[in-house]
Every structure is written in C-alpha cells, then in structure tokens.
Design a protein around this ligand. Structure first.
Ligand code: MRU
Length: 343
C-alpha cells in the first residue's frame, strides 16, 4: 500500500499519527485538508510531503469551477501559498509545488488541458519518487556488507516517501540482496518516528532490528556494535550541509569520533543549490506539548519552558557521502553536488 495516492478526485493517505496501533486511511477532497494533514503530520517525511503538496494542487485543479485558465492559475497560486506555510524545512515541499506550478503556467490553451496537466504532473512526481528510491537503494546497498549493523534515525522508509523509502530503502535493498543485516532503530524523540514507524516497517519486512533510546548511540558505537550510520535528509545545502531530524548531528559527531561512515540518503530533489550552507536552512520549531506530553499525559512540570526544534543541521565535514538516485556523491560536495544535479 502506498503512503499517499491519487484516487480520481480524492487523495488517500495513511494517517501516520495512529501507527503502530492502527492502520488508518484518510481521504482528502480539497487542498485545505491536505495542508492540514501535512502541518499536523498525518503525513510526514520530505518526499511524502512533496507528493502530498503536489496532490493538494491536483485537488484544487480537479474540483475547480474556473471559467478560464487565468482564473484557475490564480486558484492554484492561492492553494500553493497555503501549502507553503505548512512546514518550512523539507525543500521537497517547495520543489514539488514549483514543479506543478511551472507546468501549469506553461499551459495557456484551455481549462481542461490545464487541469489535466496539473493532475498528471502530481502523479508523475509520485511515480518518480518510487523509482528514485529504488535507484538509491541499489547505489546505497553497495555500502552495506554482509553482517553489518546499521544505525538509523527517524523514519526514512516507505512511510516517509510515496513507497520504498530513502535510507530505509537502502536497508531494504541490502536485505533483498540476501545480506544478513541488523538495524539499530533510534526511537527519535519527541515524536517517536523511529519507535512508531521505522520499527513497524522493519517488523513487517522481517528485517532484524532492535529499538534503542536515542541516547544509546554513543555506547553502541564505542562497543563496536555499529558499522555504518544511514539517515535521510530534509534539505541539503549547496556545500553538503544536511538538515535532518533533530538528533542527526549528534550521531554524525559520534560517528566521526568512532571512525564510522555516516551517509545521508536523499533524492536530488532534496538538494537546494540556492542555499549556500546549512546556516541558511529554516528550522521548524514545533509545539511545546510534543516534549512535555506523551499521548496527552504530562511528563514535565506544568508551565516548563520548552525549546522544540524539529531538525538540526549536520555540517558537511561530518558527512562521508550522500546517496542520490544518480549515484553516491563524495566530497568536495560543493563541486560534486552541482555536477550531479546538472549532469
Ligand atoms: O518531521 P518528519 O517526520 O517529517 O521528519 C522526517 C525526517 O527527518 C526524515 O529523516 C527526512 O524527511 C528524510 S525521509 C525520506
């Protein structure tokens, strides 16, 4: 089952807030619902929210009563404005919106053709995502040797994408190739994407895995029980700095201390060449309640001040390589990312 799909005028997605207790499907019939689903993290993960935003625009087009292409374009621009306010860090969201809008702007003939072009472009984004992930899986699996222990953070699996996954897609390919691997799954406070989603996916795939609290990584690496760290990315700056789930930077520094390879697995749509370095990447801050409560139960004194950044930036000097659908990119990233994107 896909994380998100187009069903003739409706968008069906897995409501990831309910996992692993229940597999709940949600249907959106307008762009507002899609925007809310992204903002409230019914759907999350950089490539998945990119596809969701594209489908939000497709819903706007499908249900529009616009009498002219100009009118429909205005409606699409308005829907795009709303979608852009949902989550600031993952560039895939903006990339997908821009891609659909530029397709739409190129159609001047009639409303029907414009509607079709928007819907087709959104579907193409979703289809391409699955193929891209499989290609990254094939490149990345070359890094995984038989018997490896892989440490991962957050959820980068099928649920974070349309299907198959990025960093977890690499794990999946290595497993499908018959390599005997084991995955250390960081629980990923505060929203527990590792405990709830990655653990659930790995269990379904039958891949051996162990859940650990985020702060176990140092002990695991020091005792020789990690061979490689694989994470995803929400935005990669032109110099190779990687924004990803909060806690990723800690892992990268620890990996360096212990001489372990640290790879980010991300499609080229996650690379933002317009941003020179990580310090310019907008970092989302989320509600205090994500830290002070677990499933509505308080775990901190009432009124306690909270700082809750959802992402951090790993400076490129800690990144061994970036696995993309066009191959593995190594330092110097400034030069090699440009080559891969433009080549
Ligand atoms: O806040 P989330 O759950 O959307 O964060 C997701 C991540 O940080 C992932 O690692 C990233 O999007 C890459 S997933 C393919």
């Amino acid at each position: 089952m896909r994380t998100i799909e187009w069903l003739d005028g409706k968008v069906r997605l897995i409501d990831q807030r309910q996992l692993p207790r229940e597999l709940v499907l949600e249907e959106c019939t307008d762009c507002r619902q899609v925007a809310q689903a992204i903002k409230e993290m019914h759907i999350r993960g950089a490539p998945a929210i990119g596809a969701a935003a594209a489908f939000g625009l497709a819903l706007t087009a499908y249900h529009s009563k616009a009498a002219s292409p100009e009118e429909l374009l205005q409606e699409l621009e308005e829907a795009a404005r709303l979608l852009r306010t949902t989550r600031p860090t993952a560039v895939n969201l903006f990339w997908a919106i821009d891609r659909v809008l530029s397709k739409a702007r190129a159609i001047e003939s009639d409303v029907v053709a414009l509607k079709e072009a928007v819907i087709q472009e959104a579907q193409a984004i979703a289809e391409e995502d699955v193929n891209t992930n499989k290609r990254m899986g094939a490149y990345g699996a070359e890094l995984i040797e038989d018997g490896y222990n892989i440490l991962t953070h957050c959820n980068t699996g099928a649920l974070a994408t349309v299907d198959y996954g990025t960093a977890l897609g690499v794990v999946r390919t290595a497993w499908e190739q018959g390599k005997r691997i084991h995955v250390w799954v960081d629980e990923t406070r505060p929203r527990l994407q590792g405990a709830r989603l990655t653990a659930w996916e790995l269990k379904q795939l039958g891949i051996p895995a162990t859940l650990v609290a985020d702060n176990a990584a140092g002990l695991l690496m020091r005792s020789g029980r990690v061979d490689i760290v694989l994470v995803g990315a929400d935005r990669i700056a032109a110099n190779g700095d990687v924004a990803n789930k909060i806690g990723t930077y800690n892992l990268a520094v620890l990996a360096r201390e212990h001489g372990l390879p640290f790879y980010s697995v991300a499609p080229t749509s996650t690379v933002d060449l317009s941003i020179p370095s990580g310090e310019h990447i907008p970092i989302e801050e989320r509600d205090a309640e994500e830290v002070t409560h677990i499933r509505g139960i308080p775990i901190a004194p009432e009124g306690m001040p909270v700082y809750n950044p959802a992402f951090d930036v790993t400076p490129h000097r800690y990144v061994t390589g970036i696995v993309t659908e066009k191959g593995i990119v190594y330092p110097p990233f400034e030069l090699n990312l440009k080559k891969v994107l433009r080549g």
